[in-house]
Design a protein around this ligand. Structure first.
Ligand code: ATP
Ligand code: MG
Length: 568
């Protein structure tokens, strides 16, 4: 008899987890965690980590903890704590009662440190920060021992206790691990475990004036929570020996295993929280939820769905080598998702007035429009048609180039779901010469769906009826950075690379009346223009839309649809 094959793990981390389960490691448990520091909003890179950690836990009926890595009082804020929970939930993941704060472990971490001192594995160093740096050596030269490295256990215990008791100035002492100042791995050259920081912590207040470093607090937080697989990004690979040293020396009941993967880098944008914060604080963008940012709040406001982001994260997978993903790939996933579910409507971004001279004044007829050709269940709606309409300004050319099949003097086009019209005159502003109105005639025999509708014309345009259309503001976005990658080094001023045209606001746009009362977050496809999402800036009287993404190949699509209509 053969056992049915399980699906092969889709990446190397899942392979490790599967192997561990087979080997009975960690008692058959899978416990992961997502450990954000509450010093900023989550971005698409965090989404990759969230999908991975919650995903792996879910696949094995395990649990994933949400843990705030809040050991650095100077940068953390409860505003971020709240926002992070909202974003993880929005993305579609749930931690149940597994919500933790590293700051809740301060007492335990302190006691572990006392144990390390007693074992001779940690000492209080009184060199200045600058001296510590100098003593550390370089990649090619070993470091050298601090003169305080040989302090007695008693003296270390006394000093560490007094550090906690707020008897010293910041920088006077630090607690260091006693490992090896000559280690080829600089992270093992007696790393700092605690420093004095007389800072107010958003949760523990002024209770502490010493704070643990990340390298010390993180492995112990994992161990305290019984994490089995501690998944982090590649830059911590060289810290893994220290992670293991801390676990080993503190002799914790649980032994989590650190596994590193390549972080997500996305082209044409910035991802580090430091840079995002700078953009927000210096007002290059309107806030953390500015639709140009790769933050989850920004993407959401832009119109991204959690489903599209999850599908993107699944598609890119996890690997061990750093790479930059093209922003266009993320766009591909939102298009795919919205193509399936966004209702189609007509909206004119840059309106040009059209008067149909032979259409009866005062008459309004309703034409039937398909809500989503991808999904017949979404049905149809009525759209008013009348004598005065708006079309897109760029759909008219007085002097059309060869391949232009839209409207021009004497030319015919079909108005989507309605009639074929012909341009018979052009009205211009006397002073500027700008085209302000087109005079047209319509052919009453050509209404879509009627027997003669099949007459051939090359172009199909979207339109709205002037009297019934709603006025709207539309915000169009382009990439945040002009180049595909931000500054290669942190020193470089990435703000010099910001795209000055990343936001274009169009006012006086017109959308069909079926959009009245649409609330923020609703998403639509404006035919031929892309996918749009109602912005929270909308009011009762004025809708504001963000363009989530343009259509991939506008013209090919419309042509295809048109061929269908003409032949059908
Ligand atoms: P940033 O570098 O953007 O400031 P961070 O790593 O300091 O981010 P944390 O709050 O510490 O931010 O991150 C929480 C978790 O998210 C960590 O486990 C981290 O590895 C992961 N993470 C952060 N950025 C990315 C990314 N670009 N790709 C994948 N995972 C990421
Ligand atoms: Mg971090």
């Amino acid at each position: 008899m053969t056992t049915p094959d399980l699906p092969a793990p889709s990446d190397f981390i899942r392979a490790i987890v599967a192997q561990d389960l087979t080997a009975g490691k960690h008692g058959g448990r899978v416990v992961t965690r997502f450990p954000p520091e509450p010093n900023g909003y989550l971005h698409i890179g965090h989404a990759k980590s969230i999908c991975l950690n919650f995903g792996i836990a879910n696949e094995h009926h395990g649990v994933c903890h949400l843990r705030y890595d809040d050991t650095n009082p100077t940068t953390e804020d409860p505003e971020y704590v709240q926002a992070i929970q909202e974003d993880v939930r929005w993305l579609g993941f749930e931690w149940g009662d597994k919500l933790f704060y590293a700051s809740d472990y301060f007492e335990q971490l302190y006691l572990y440190a006392v144990q390390l001192i007693k074992k001779g594995k940690a000492y209080v160093d009184s060199l200045s920060a600058e001296e510590i740096r100098r003593y550390r050596g370089t990649l090619t030269e070993p470091g050298k021992d601090s003169p305080y490295r040989t302090r007695s256990v008693e003296e270390n215990l006394d000093l560490f206790r007094r550090m906690r008791a707020d008897e010293f100035e910041e920088g006077a002492h630090v607690l260091r691990a006693r490992i090896d100042m000559a280690s080829p791995n600089i992270n093992l050259r007696d790393p700092v475990l605690y420093r004095i920081l007389r800072a107010h912590h958003y949760r523990t207040g002024d209770k502490w004036c010493i704070y643990p470093t990340y390298d010390y607090a993180h492995p112990l937080s994992d161990a305290i929570e019984g994490i089995t697989h501690s998944i982090c990004t590649l830059e911590f690979e060289d810290h893994r020996p220290l992670y293991d040293w801390v676990i080993e020396q503190c002799d914790t009941p649980h032994r989590p295993q650190q596994i590193e993967f390549a972080r997500l880098n996305l082209s044409h944008t910035v991802m580090s929280k430091r840079k995002l914060l700078e953009l927000v604080e210096k007002r290059y963008v309107a806030g953390w939820d500015d639709p140009r940012l790769p933050t989850l709040k920004g993407l959401r406001r832009r119109g991204y769905t959690p489903e599209a982001i999850r599908a993107f994260c699944e598609h890119i997978g996890v690997a061990k080598r750093d790479a930059t993903i093209e922003a266009a790939l993320l766009e591909h996933f939102i298009r795919e998702d919205l193509n399936r579910r966004a209702p189609r409507v007509m909206g004119v971004l840059r309106p040009l007035r059209v008067v149909i001279d032979n259409y009866p004044e005062g008459q309004v007829e309703e034409v039937e429009a398909v809500n989503n050709p991808e999904d017949p269940r979404m049905g149809t709606r009525k759209v008013p048609f009348s004598r005065v309409l708006y079309i897109e300004r760029e759909d008219f050319r007085e002097d059309p180039p060869k391949q232009f099949f839209r409207l021009a003097p004497g030319r015919e086009v079909r108005l989507r779901y309605a009639y074929i019209i012909q341009c018979t005159g052009v009205v211009k502003d006397e002073r500027t010469g700008e085209v302000v109105e087109l005079r047209c005639t319509y052919d009453p025999q050509t209404r879509s769906g009627s027997a003669q509708a099949g007459r051939k014309v090359k172009g199909t345009l979207h339109w709205v009826s002037a009297a019934q259309a709603l006025e709207a503001e539309v915000r169009l976005y382009d990439s945040l950075l002009q180049n595909s990658v931000g500054g290669p080094t942190d020193a470089q001023d990435f703000t010099a690379q910001l795209n000055p045209h990343s936001l274009e606001r169009l006012t006086g746009c017109r959308v069909e009346p079926s959009l009245a009362g649409s609330s923020p977050g609703h998403r639509y496809q404006f035919e031929r223009q892309g996918y749009f999402c109602v912005d929270p800036d909308s009011t009762k009287d004025r809708l504001v839309f963000n363009r989530t993404v343009s259509l991939k190949d506008t013209w090919a699509k419309v042509e295809k649809a048109q061929r269908g209509e003409e032949s059908g």
